[in-house]
Design a protein around this ligand. Structure first.
Ligand SMILES: Nc1nc2c(c(=O)[nH]1)N[C@H]1C(S)=C(S)[C@@H](COP(=O)(O)OP(=O)(O)OC[C@H]3O[C@@H](n4cnc5c(N)ncnc54)[C@H](O)[C@@H]3O)O[C@H]1N2
Ligand code: MOO
Length: 448
């Protein structure tokens, strides 16, 4: 019998990423308000329009002073200064401070002309003599003063083009004078779950059916990345599959994911039906595990019909294998990077760190990339330890396989990778680990 999975004609994971990179171009830019920008990708280098603060301001509530006046001040030998006015945040003192004087000041207030330090209120007491303050500590020049641009400086690069905008970015953007931000339009994605045995979430299960858990997971990731998602469930039926693909291509969907029906059985109909509607296949099958049965290509929107506004004539399509471990890995390693590239992302999707293996990892072959689900823990010397899961398809190649697939996937949000060229790593070796979520590094015991 002919071996259909010898890996012949397959491409490597890095080559697949390169092909995705050369096929997909970013969506057009749109302008969003600051609130809508979080999680989106900047479509231009964003440089500050303002310096913040625009004037030196006080960091403390206390007294603005001439530093030289209080060089000798201490609790034993306090120095008395004449208080000549007040400076509040938003209400500056209008004069200048001569030597021997001070101004009562609050945090955020402009430093009055002539002053070059602020003595915190804890070291100052107003005296019975009206308008006099006793200062019990010195304050070097610049003490408790936030200089001009101490938060952001006009012209400073705040967010790079292609970088995802985070909550702290909103702070610098707001301070830097942005109320609107140019971002790449986030891709609208349609996920089509294919399989006569697949029930849509919430539908009544018929005998032999199971819920579309793949679709739920992919939808969850896409929502987490702020992308609009639509979902469909169709049976293993050519006309039904073509119908829903045609619906997606007529709509404003930017990227299509199919799930299931992608291997080679009599009921695996996706590629044949994409062929019927005229797609251009770019790759099918990879030296990557799990996820080898993935296909990628582009489909063209119907000729002679107006393009949905802001949409391109070609729509990338990623066909994910149906088995949950493969489906998830192909989604995370191929589909999500592709969709985020289309949404403008230029940086790596998931951070990577090195950890020490507590069990050996056996890959499938020297020229394959193999991903293993691991849990992370801190070792004796603070070394990060990676322990492979043992569930079928998601865990170590050498450890005995037990455990549940979906449950294991939900428990550990880190993936060890055996890259091409490395087929085996022994216990105690360092391995590269992708962090899918910061929760992978959080203590399971709850808040500290
Ligand atoms: N001769 C071989 N057959 C198969 C191989 C192989 O190497 N040689 N690999 C198996 C693996 S592993 C996978 S994964 C699948 C990939 O092929 P398909 O994309 O055609 O997968 P399906 O047949 O549609 O489904 C496989 C499995 O997954 C369940 N499934 C499908 N969709 C969903 C969904 N949305 N949510 C949850 N579960 C889903 C489906 O019921 C099947 O149990 O090929 C194998 N065959
Ligand atoms: O490649 Mo599959 O996900 O059923 O193990």
């Amino acid at each position: 019998m002919e071996e259909i999975d010898s890996g012949e004609g397959y491409i490597g994971w890095t080559e697949a990423l390169q092909l995705i990179g050369t096929t997909i171009t970013p969506n057009p830019a749109v302008v969003t308000n600051l609130e809508g920008a979080v999680g989106q990708v900047a479509s231009e280098d964003l440089t500050s329009k303002l310096s913040c603060p625009d004037h030196a301001t006080s960091l403390k509530d206390g007294y603005a002073v001439v530093s030289d006046d209080i060089v000798e001040a201490s609790s034993d030998r306090p120095v008395s200064l004449r208080c000549i006015g007040e400076a509040f945040a938003g209400v500056p003192f209008s004069g200048s401070i001569p030597s021997g004087s001070c101004v009562h000041i609050t945090a955020g207030a402009y430093i009055p002309d002539g002053a070059n330090a602020v003595c915190a209120g804890e070291f100052c007491s107003p005296l019975a003599t009206a308008g006099t303050v006793s200062i019990r500590a010195n304050a070097r020049p610049g003490r408790n003063i936030l200089p001009v641009g101490g938060d952001v400086t006009r012209g400073e690069l705040l967010v790079r083009r292609g970088e995802r905008i985070t909550a702290p970015h909103l702070a610098v953007l707001a301070a830097g004078g942005f109320t609107e931000v140019p971002v790449y339009r986030p891709s609208a994605v349609m996920i089509i779950a294919i399989g006569t045995e697949i029930a849509a979430l919430g539908d009544r299960l018929l005998p032999g059916q199971l819920y579309a858990s793949n679709l739920a997971q992919c939808m969850g990731w896409l929502r987490q990345y702020g992308l609009p998602v639509r979902t469909r469930v169709v049976p293993d039926d050519g006309p039904a599959i073509q119908g829903v693909l045609a619906e997606a291509l007529r709509s404003d969907i930017d990227f299509i994911i199919t799930s299931g029906g992608a291997w080679g059985s009599l009921r695996d109909l996706v590629l044949a039906n994409l062929g019927q509607i005229g797609w251009r296949q770019i790759f099918y099958r990879l030296r990557m595990g799990p996820g080898k049965g993935t296909a990628f290509g582009v489909a063209t929107r119907p000729m002679g019909e107006p393009l949905p506004s802001g949409c391109r004539p070609e729509v990338p399509v990623m066909c994910l294998p149906g088995g949950p471990p493969s489906n998830e890995m192909a989604f995370l390693q191929l589909a999500l990077p592709a969709i985020m590239r289309q949404s403008g992302l230029c940086t790596r999707l998931f951070p990577e760190i090195r950890a020490v293996l507590t069990e050996p990892l056996q890959g499938r072959g020297r020229d394959w990339t193999q991903f293993f689900r691991v849990s992370l823990a801190s070792g004796p010397d603070g070394v990060l330890l990676a322990t492979p899961s043992t569930a079928v398809g998601v865990g170590s190649g050498s450890a005995p396989r037990r455990g549940q697939r979906l449950t294991e996937m939900a428990k550990s949000l880190a993936l060890a990778r055996l890259p091409e060229g490395v087929e085996f790593l022994d216990k105690g070796c360092a391995v590269t680990v992708q962090i899918l979520s910061a929760q992978a590094l959080a203590s399971p015991r709850g808040p500290a």
